[in-house]
Design a protein around this ligand. Structure first.
Ligand SMILES: [Zn+2]
Length: 135
């Protein structure tokens, strides 16, 4: 019976999905110009006019971990209170492909330590104490 006492394992089956823009857009909330490659939340996946920039979607303090870092990704997702799957539209395949995940920088730090791997191009520096989530 694989009935281990895994109380700490939080069920995260419903991961939220965010998108990496494939074309220029504007934030539907603050009207900020959005460049391709920026991470946005889309209200409806088909309608990229309804994009919310990273700030407006409160994703500013999250850090992107690109795919190809399976171990870090898994650990960071585990340690992060919330994590998001980042999808990107592929013109070649005409489908969304997984780009990576967004996790809290603290969780990425922890993951790096545990896996004893240093990610080459961390998007964020280690957390600053004056950054607090606006919630
Ligand atoms: Zn915005």
């Amino acid at each position: 019976m694989p009935e281990k006492k895994e109380k700490a394992t939080r069920e995260k089956t419903t991961k939220e999905v965010v998108y990496s823009l494939s074309r220029k857009s504007r934030c539907s909330n603050c009207d900020k110009r959005l460049e391709p490659g920026e991470i946005v939340k889309l209200q409806k996946a088909e309608e990229d006019r309804e994009a919310l920039c990273r700030t407006c979607s409160k994703l500013d303090h999250f850090e992107l971990i690109g795919k190809g870092n399976a171990k870090i990704t898994r650990l960071a997702a585990k340690y992060s209170t919330t994590s998001y799957v980042v999808m990107k539209w592929s013109e070649v395949w005409k489908t969304y492909e997984r780009l990576g995940i967004l996790a809290e920088p603290e969780a990425v730090d922890k993951a790096e330590q545990e896996a004893q791997i240093k990610l080459a191009n961390r998007e964020k520096r280690p957390p600053q104490s004056d950054v607090k989530p606006s919630m």
